[in-house]
Design a protein around this ligand. Structure first.
Ligand code: ZN
Length: 279
């Protein structure tokens, strides 16, 4: 199934994506509640999806599928070509940073270039959405803890990222974590390590790879993160970006107001943002 959060008449609501339509779930649950109660709800939701009572997607404003996750973690330097272009060594240990939960943004909303900044960059990523709560999850069991997947853009303010050794501030500006367009449940993705992943700016393809090139795969990432902390329903894991970021171009190409950034992952759909200067 494909599950979205959208702007309903009385605030954010959840819906099922069926073809080019959205079928409201009619549930009071937000997405984290829906993920938490999934085993009880999935049967009735599958019936609802088959009912055909959808609203055309063109008439719907999609919000971030998980508007306020409990946590957002992202791994750095996790595709060989991105490590090479960054002139870094392949990390011996997984390199993790957080993105503030307030950086979450809707899949088609504008992304801000904040006041006083000029080095904003894109990073298309496969995002895993945690389903079942867990700690000390073994890689072999990790797939049972994933609810589904969506597309993310780990938007980064490069100057803020690199002027200190800790990356989190440069990764946490408001609007810098657009995700969506919806969550595709894990049962619909035969292999998350075989998905085409692509980013274009104003129609020019900048990143074009496949998740088969991850250095640390999604299962290893969940094992490693859950060694330290409990993963909970709705937590988001950005799994790394391939080569082709603007900071590695010669000359460097940072995003400008009006630029259109499109990120897509095979089978998961696409998200798209117009860059705008912070008012
Ligand atoms: Zn990233």
């Amino acid at each position: 199934m494909k599950l979205a959060t959208y702007a309903g008449s009385a605030g954010p609501q959840t819906g099922l994506i069926v073809g080019d339509t959205l079928v409201p779930t009619g549930l009071a649950h937000d997405m984290i509640g829906l993920i938490t109660d999934w085993e009880e709800l999935r049967g009735q939701l599958a019936e609802k999806a088959a009912s055909g009572a959808g609203i055309p997607l063109a008439d719907v404003t999609l919000l971030a599928p998980v508007p306020r996750p409990g946590k957002v973690f992202a791994i750095g330097l996790n595709y060989a070509d991105h490590i090479a272009e960054s002139k870094m060594e392949t990390p011996e240990h997984q390199l993790w940073f957080t993105k503030a939960v307030t950086s979450i943004n809707a899949p088609f909303a504008p992304v801000q270039i904040a006041k006083g900044t000029a080095t904003v960059d894109y990073e298309v990523e496969l995002v895993a959405v945690i389903g079942k709560r867990g700690r000390h999850i073994r890689a072999a069991d990790a797939k049972h803890h994933i609810f589904g997947y969506c597309v993310g853009n780990d938007v980064t303010e490069r100057f803020w990222q690199h002027r200190t050794r800790q990356w989190s501030l440069g990764k946490s500006f408001d609007t810098h974590a657009p995700i969506g367009p919806w969550i595709t449940t894990a049962d619909e993705i035969a292999d998350p390590h075989a998905l085409d992943i692509r980013c274009s700016v104003n129609g020019e393809v900048r990143q074009n790879s496949n998740t088969s090139h991850l250095v640390f795969n999604v299962w290893q990432q969940i094992e490693h993160l859950s060694t330290a902390m409990t993963l909970e329903p709705g937590d988001l894991i950005f799994t790394g970006t391939p080569g082709g970021v603007g900071a590695a171009m010669d000359p460097k190409q940072f995003l400008q107001p009006g630029d259109v950034v499109r990120c897509e992952v095979g089978g998961l759909g696409a998200i798209e943002a117009v860059m705008e200067a912070e008012a």
